[in-house]
Design a protein around this ligand. Structure first.
Ligand SMILES: C[S@@+](CC[C@H](N)C(=O)[O-])C[C@H]1O[C@@H](n2cnc3c(N)ncnc32)[C@H](O)[C@@H]1O
Length: 592
């Protein structure tokens, strides 16, 4: 599998920076019931985490699966990350990174004692946040995968803290857990802007700043985030961050943190933070916007060239918003959207009907209550972004049809396709990733569509080498950059590169050629992504049509609201305009 094949951010999408966490986040966009893979024998949270960690939806996980492991291992070792006996990065073990151990020269007994010291002057959430940030930045963990599920035992997390920082704290209460999830996602998202504020108060050369110890940097980011973005009391923030740096690093580090955060706190009170000036040529303006809205410069430049400055700012702002979520009523179990709405009313969870997909309801808060009430575990609904539902609407499955979902795992769209078949017809879910297919199979059981869905693990390109098309409809939800789902995937913006996106285009073309072979004459092929980039969307379809004159474009307008349909007849959502994830789908009819 090429490394490009690894990229599959939709899964990631979901995400959530909300309390119900990462595992879930992976599943959200995909429409997997959050319970899937979490409760069965050997398939608990731990297995799902491993699964996600391996095949991920995200780039880095993919990269590892795709054979770039060596570089990663090498990096891990250099940085002292925990590796398993096989040399693989082991998420279960603490990442002990770059803490300068002030007790290094102490006698071993004393050192052990210091390591296990209990500190009640450091809030547990702050200790956990800096350790998680280290794991994400130094250890390659995903922000989503580190989100918190209320059902997870926190003991292991606190062991990470103890081993990384050298002391233990109180256990996290539920409120602390929520704060951890919120802060980790927020700090990852706002990293560039936070670093700008930190650097503006840093007394030293840029070189020294670049070389700053990773733990010290995370403590500063946490302090600045709490002061500026959460507007917490400066007294508590500055004192605890100072103390944390003193204990986990050394006295001098504490002094530095104290001075810097006090300066930021003063600017906060006086509303006097420095700000990059939006002037000069496009490049300078893109740099300024990238800092103000905390995105990579290349992304901002790309969008400015396409959308203009004002619209780019809207998109950047949308990507920094707290993401909202949608639930899909499981019509396969006879649950109508009205039934789901009544259940949510009972739980006093505020929600509204999706204006785009009849089976969906939107909520901005209250997911924890939905989880606790077991609506997902019982298969009454699934968490899924409306954009994923809209792709299924463009396929327009009809009872009795034979449908192939070519890149199906972990299965959000396949399961909704199956539900729409109303008990008759077949969905064949093909994917190269076995672990993710297992998640799909469990979710199909949970949602009551396992009689409709079957799975096949293979590389689509090999599978179609000599088949003749028999499917009524084929969906190719291709591996992509995921630039449409940045609001839900806090760390994705920092993981993507322009080269990676270019590299994906070949794979997308090859998969399209393969998927086309499965469609019977007169049948329909839908190509979709969770990207807003023309290079992955319109341009791929144009290239495909060039080489396949037997396919014609059919407008999506007959299947979804007009406002979501582009001039060319494609479904193309813009996050900042439609307030859902950015996604794309082209409906292509095979004429002969
Ligand atoms: C965007 S994700 C699919 C999400 C899925 N449609 C859903 O709704 O849950 C892309 C998928 O393509 C799969 N994939 C990548 N290369 C493939 C190949 N050559 N053959 C089959 N599947 C492949 C990945 O394993 C990944 O699961």
């Amino acid at each position: 599998m090429s490394s490009a094949a690894a990229l599959c951010p939709q899964a990631l999408t979901s995400a959530t920076r909300s309390v119900w966490g990462n595992l879930q986040s992976c599943q959200v966009h995909m429409g997997i019931p959050l319970g899937a893979g979490r409760f069965g024998e050997g398939s608990g949270i731990a297995r799902l985490s491993t699964e996600l960690g391996f095949c991920g939806f995200l780039g880095c996980t993919f990269r590892r699966a795709a054979g770039e492991q060596n570089g990663f291992k090498e990096r891990s070792r250099k940085r002292g990350l925990a590796t398993s006996a096989s040399g693989n990065f082991d998420r279960r073990r603490p990442v002990e990174v770059s803490r300068r151990d002030s007790s290094r020269n102490a006698p071993s007994g004393e050192r052990r004692q210091q390591r296990t010291k209990f500190r009640d002057d450091i809030s547990p959430h702050r200790a956990v946040v800096v350790v998680r940030l280290l794991r994400i930045e130094e250890g390659g963990a995903y922000a989503d995968i580190l989100s918190w599920d209320s059902t997870i035992d926190t003991t292991r997390e606190m062991q990470y803290v103890q081993r990384t920082l050298g002391f233990s704290t109180a256990e996290l209460e539920p409120r602390g857990r929520r704060l951890v999830t919120e802060e980790v996602a927020g700090i990852v998202r706002w990293k560039r802007y936070l670093d700008y504020l930190i650097f503006s108060q840093f007394r030293g050369e840029e070189r020294d700043y670049e070389r700053m110890e990773p733990l010290l940097r995370q403590i500063l980011r946490l302090g600045v985030y709490e002061l500026v973005m959460l507007e917490m009391s400066p007294y508590a923030v500055v004192n605890e961050a100072t103390q944390l740096a003193k204990i986990a690093l050394r006295a001098g580090a504490g002094g530095m943190v104290n001075g810097l955060l006090r300066a930021v706190a003063t600017n906060q009170i006086e509303n006097n933070h420095p700000s990059p000036v939006l002037e000069g040529d496009d490049r300078s303006q893109a740099r300024a916007l990238a800092t103000i809205h905390s995105h990579p410069v290349w992304m901002v430049r790309k969008w400015m060239a396409r959308f203009g400055k004002e619209e780019t700012i809207e998109l950047l702002q949308y990507n920094n918003r707290r993401p909202t979520f949608a639930l899909r009523a499981n019509i396969a179990q006879g649950v109508s959207p009205e039934d789901l709405s009544a259940q949510l009313d009972k739980l006093e969870v505020a929600h509204e009907k999706s204006p785009y997909v009849p089976e969906f309801v939107r909520l901005s808060i209250g997911m924890q209550d939905v989880l606790r009430a077991g609506l997902l575990k019982d298969g009454l609904c699934a968490v899924q972004d409306e954009s994923a539902g809209l792709v299924v609407c463009v396929v327009d499955p009809q009872p009795g049809e034979h449908i192939i979902d070519c890149c199906a795992a972990p299965g959000g769209k396949a399961l909704f396709l199956a539900a729409k078949l109303n008990g008759t017809g077949k969905v064949l879910a093909v994917d190269i990733n076995e672990g993710r297919l297992r998640i799909l199979e469990e979710a199909a059981e949970q949602l009551g569509v396992s009689n409709i869905v079957s799975t096949l693990c293979c590389d689509l390109r090999n599978y179609t080498a000599d088949v003749t098309g028999t499917a009524d409809k084929v969906l190719l939800d291709a591996p992509c950059s995921g630039l449409g789902v940045l609001a839900k995937r806090a760390d994705l913006r920092w993981r993507r590169t322009p080269e990676e996106i270019l590299g994906l285009n070949d794979l997308q073309d090859q998969l399209l050629d393969s998927a086309a072979k499965l469609v019977k004459p007169g049948g329909v092929l839908v190509y979709s992504t969770c990207s807003i980039e023309p290079a992955e969307n319109h341009e791929r379809v144009a290239a495909f049509i060039d080489g396949h004159p037997e396919f014609v474009i059919e407008s999506a307008e007959a299947f979804i609201p007009k406002e979501l349909v582009s001039e060319e007849g494609y479904f193309a959502s813009k996050p900042h305009k439609h307030l859902i994830d950015g996604a794309f789908a082209a409906r292509l009819r095979k004429t002969q």
